[in-house]
Design a protein around this ligand. Structure first.
Ligand SMILES: [Cu+2]
Length: 119
């Protein structure tokens, strides 16, 4: 009986590791017009890879569905931008990326991960 419980625990840990650190959700999107919706749910940003143009204003509309406290902040470390997200209240983050490059955005513990690619 104990072995079964231990195995269940191991499988669960393996799943959590895979889900948050190994599995890469590959959905990509381009900011067309000016507003792009990003859904925050179940450990992923959807889409998680975002293309934008340098020097053009973008609005990323974060729609948080995950009530896990882990999801309440989004940080763009390379751009010095952060926002607090509230479940059920879309948050519009408007800024102009000036420099080309790749900028990661994450939750506070970097379990949620996404990338902004400025071209
Ligand atoms: Cu987190």
């Amino acid at each position: 009986m104990e072995i079964i419980i231990n195995l269940t625990g191991l499988v669960l840990i393996a799943f959590i590791v895979w889900w948050f650190w190994i599995f890469k959700n590959r959905s990509e999107a381009r900011v067309e017009g000016s507003v792009l919706d990003i859904v925050v749910d179940s450990g992923i940003y959807e889409p998680s890879v975002i293309h934008a143009k340098a020097g053009e204003s973008v609005t990323l509309r974060f729609i948080r569905k995950d009530s896990n406290p882990c999801a309440e902040k989004v940080l763009f470390s390379g751009l010095d931008i952060s926002a607090d997200l509230v479940v059920g209240t879309p948050y519009d983050l408007t800024f102009t990326p000036e420099k080309k490059g790749e900028y990661e955005f994450t939750c506070q513990m970097a379990m949620y991960r996404g990338k902004l690619i400025v071209e």
